[in-house]
Design a binder for this molecule. Structure first.
Ligand code: SAH
Length: 181
């Protein structure tokens, strides 16, 4: 039992370390990290799932509830989809992007460069996935694939923002209008 407890602690520490790495590197570096160390991805995802389970609400469920209230004809792009909870919970066409395929629904790619035509989606989602330091490039990519008047949804841990107002201002400069915060 002691050994199991210690192993659990090591895995939790490794998760926190990888999570921090993802928030402090560019999306290209994150892609290289997971390519060179597939074990890191497994540990990361296990830790992520355990952490989110302890929260009072998982934001992905809120996003799913929102999408279910909107027309099923809307095309969705899920940037950093993880285990594709969105694609497997709604009827809409969902493009699911991640660095490693946790599910057959995933298209493997760096979210800064997704294989979608310009102005091809109605809703772009970043659920706990806006991690790369090159977030301007990533959000420009979301802007590129979104149709005019499309919706961008971002769910992120509040403590990850140094300055939410500055973030909102930068979003406005990128062409996004705040509809709800
Ligand atoms: N959106 C999912 C998973 C969030 S975990 C959910 O809410 O359940 C963050 C996800 O972003 C991980 O699966 C990680 O692999 C992915 N990710 C991180 N950087 C990425 C990048 N540069 N390109 C694509 N996916 C990335």
């Amino acid at each position: 039992a002691l050994r199991a407890r210690m192993e659990e602690r090591l895995l939790a520490a490794r998760f926190r370390y990888i999570n921090q790495q993802l928030y402090t590197s560019t999306s290209q570096e994150a892609a290289r990290l997971f390519q060179s160390d597939p074990e890191a991805f497994k540990i990361y995802h296990r830790g992520f799932a355990q952490q989110v389970e302890r929260w009072p609400e998982n934001p992905v469920h809120r996003i799913i509830r929102y999408l279910r209230r909107r027309p099923a004809s809307l095309v969705v792009a899920d940037f950093g989809c993880g285990d594709c909870k969105i694609a497997s919970s709604i009827k809409n066409k969902v493009h699911s992007f991640d660095l490693v395929p946790l599910s057959p629904l995933v298209t493997v790619c760096d979210m800064a460069k997704v294989p979608l035509a310009a102005e091809s989606v109605d809703v772009a989602v970043f659920c706990l996935a806006l991690m790369g330091t090159n977030l301007q490039e990533i959000l420009e990519e979301a802007n590129r694939v979104l149709k005019q008047g499309g919706i961008l949804m971002v769910a992120e841990v509040a403590s990850r923002f140094e300055d939410i107002r500055a973030f909102m201002n930068s979003m406005a400069q990128l062409g996004f209008k705040s509809v709800s915060k």
